[in-house]
Design a protein around this ligand. Structure first.
Ligand code: ADP
Ligand code: MG
Length: 604
């Protein structure tokens, strides 16, 4: 019998490991920036070309590496940061797996230059696909520069899988922001295709937030500061007045490391209960400091998901602390007789250092259950039972329709008279009857579908029509939003936008698609930026589609708009001339039908 098991060669093992560590250019950015921080750099420069697809380079002024270490750093499991498994439980560095450089060198062309302070000469190493092609002494400044070129050059499938430049740039900027926020004392700069995107000097946290998100955020920040024996919490939340319609800037850092946690996010959101209308989100920038022994950051290779030993206690403390700060700033309702007593917990915590915290935590608590929403729903049902004010037309009125054959079939009872009967209720639905059934159409979704298909035809079949503006419009955006728009320029121009200039924090537009009324311009652009940023499922359908969908959403007739009969008729007509009248561009059901037979049965 022959043996068939063999060990994988190192370069293959490294490539496989790379699959976990390096998903996209932004992953490389994260690893290189973290290494620079671990190397105690006080100034870090990030250079990107073509959204990281051509070049990602990080230059730091940190401790550098000896000649041997420079060579060693590309070996798998080569790390200077831990010596035994035990060290993982008292970690004070970002890295510790010793995997990043080996993985990156397996799937890109890497050039490393590094020098320690006391050396005369430094080292240069060139390595590509895990093979070293050059190692020499070189004159180079103190610190380290790592240039990663042509990521995934040897794995075409991965390279082709990368998203549009706008999306990849967005990911890079996200990583950069997270790291820059966690280290306000370090100065950072970011250049994309030789344009300066950020230049952040060493500063305090508040200044760093403002430097990244713009001066306007400064007045909205409410400080948080709480020390208990389990966790120290500090940072800023935003006043509910400034909550955003979209999930805003939400950052948690645990021991100076950006983390994602739906559970803790829920704690913050809960603290805003009753202060935010549904669909609004607060921004927050919160640092948690816990004993390194009580946090496990080892559960995910990219280290953004962590496990806290005292998670539910931390939940309660965060919620109470945020609520308290909102109150202190006279933002929360002054008197709340139904006050949740868990609000008092952190102060007990503070006083009873040695005792086991007498905390009551609901163990059945499900962070994903949305209590606020269910309360709201109840209310609107209640309203609809007792109020009739939303019926806009008290009787079915008859009016003329246009000709479409499809329509003739649909509305066969009106065939002879060319008339549609319809009724709007709750400023939300249009009720009408088809051949065999009653139909209820959700006006907002129908309108989204109509506009979506209209835009699609305009772009794919007809030439996009642009309306030239007499006076160009200047719109302020954050730097990263400008970057997203810039990367999406071509697609936006196809739709009919004309850009005069992109500045670092504003854009100047001199033409807009005729489909967009001027007063909707800003909200539509924001919607487009957000949808690219959120990269929801639509990511796969391409950028243009994402843009069109968000435009359709932004321009659609909203729930709450009273529609006269003519407008109702227009929606019905246009909807049923759509290619896909059943679902909104985002896949929601537009209308529901009740067959007359079914209706009849209800009276048996
Ligand atoms: P890890 O960060 O998990 O230790 P990496 O593969 O990222 O693993 O890096 C391997 C080693 O290379 C690090 O432990 C560190 O000693 C060294 N190194 C990497 N980047 C730098 C840098 N910018 N400056 C100094 N040393 C570095
Ligand atoms: Mg590392």
């Amino acid at each position: 019998m022959t043996d068939i098991i063999h060990l994988l060669p190192d370069h293959v093992a490294n490539q496989i490991a790379a699959g976990e560590v390096v998903q996209r250019p932004a992953s490389v950015v994260k690893e290189l920036l973290e290494n620079a921080i671990d190397a105690k750099a006080s100034s870090i420069k990030l250079l990107i070309k073509d959204s990281g697809k051509t070049l990602i380079q990080v230059i730091d002024n940190g401790i550098g590496m000896s000649q041997t270490d420079a060579r060693m750093s590309f070996e798998r499991h080569a790390t200077s940061k831990i010596k035994s498994a035990f060290d993982i439980y008292a970690l004070h560095t970002k890295g510790f797996r010793g995997e990043a450089l080996a993985s990156i060198a397996a799937i890109a062309q890497v050039e490393l230059k590094t020098k320690q302070e006391n050396q005369d000469l430094g080292s240069i190493i060139k390595i590509e696909g895990s093979t070293i092609s050059l190692q020499e002494m070189i004159n180079t400044p103190k610190g380290t520069s790592i240039a990663v070129k042509n990521l995934f050059f040897n794995i075409p499938a991965r390279r082709n899988f990368l998203k549009s430049n706008a999306v990849e740039t967005r990911h890079i900027i996200n990583e950069f922001q997270r790291i820059a926020l966690a280290h306000a004392d370090i100065s950072f700069s970011l250049y994309h295709n030789d344009n300066e995107v950020y230049h952040l000097k060493s500063e305090n946290f508040r200044q760093r937030i403002t430097a990244i998100f713009g001066d306007r955020i400064n007045d909205k920040l409410v400080p948080i500061n709480e020390t208990t024996d389990l966790v120290k919490i500090y940072g800023f939340i935003t006043s509910p007045k400034f909550a955003k319609k979209k999930r805003g800037e939400q950052f948690f850092f645990a021991n100076n490391r950006f983390i994602k946690s739906n559970y803790l996010n829920h704690a913050v959101t809960k603290a805003y209960d009753g202060l935010l209308s549904s669909g609004y989100f607060p921004s927050y920038f919160l640092f948690l400091e816990v004993d390194a022994k009580t946090i496990d950051i080892n559960i995910h290779p990219t280290k953004t998901e962590v496990k806290f030993e005292n998670e539910s206690d931390i939940y309660a403390i965060i919620r109470a602390t945020v609520k308290h700060s909102l109150g202190q700033y006279n933002i929360a309702p002054l008197l709340d007789f139904n006050r949740d007593t868990s609000m008092d917990i952190p102060y007990k915590f503070k006083d009873s250092i040695k005792k086991t915290p007498s905390i009551t935590v609901d163990t059945n608590f499900n962070p994903f259950k949305n209590e606020v929403n269910s309360q709201r729903k109840e209310k609107s049902n209640w309203e609809s039972l007792y109020t009739d004010t939303t019926i806009e037309s008290q009787e079915f009125t008859k009016f003329d329709t246009n000709n479409s054959d499809l329509q003739m079939e649909l509305f066969n009872d009106t065939k002879d008279t060319h008339q549609i009967k319809s009724l709007q209720i709750q400023r939300k639905y249009i009720i009408s009857s088809l051949k065999n059934s009653l139909i209820v159409i959700k006006q907002n979704l129908a309108s989204q579908r109509i506009i979506y298909e209209d835009l699609l035809t305009k772009i794919t079949v007809e030439e996009a029509v642009s309306q030239q503006l007499l006076i160009p419009i200047e719109i302020e955006f954050t730097k990263q939003d400008v970057a997203v728009l810039f990367e999406t320029k071509e697609e936006l121009e196809n739709i009919g936008f004309q850009f005069k200039e992109f500045r670092s924090d504003c854009i100047i537009i001199d033409g807009i698609p005729t489909t967009i009324p001027q007063d909707k311009l800003v909200t539509t652009l924001e919607e487009i930026i957000d949808s690219i940023r959120l990269e929801t499922a639509q990511e796969n359908f391409g950028l243009l589609d994402t843009i069109i969908k968000s435009m359709a959403k932004s321009l659609a007739i909203k729930t709450g708009k009273i529609l006269n009969l003519k407008e109702q008729e227009e929606i019905i007509n246009k909807l049923f001339s759509c290619k896909e009248p059943n679902y909104s561009p985002y896949g929601k059901t537009i209308h529901t039908n009740l067959h007359f037979n079914e209706l009849e049965q209800k009276f048996n």
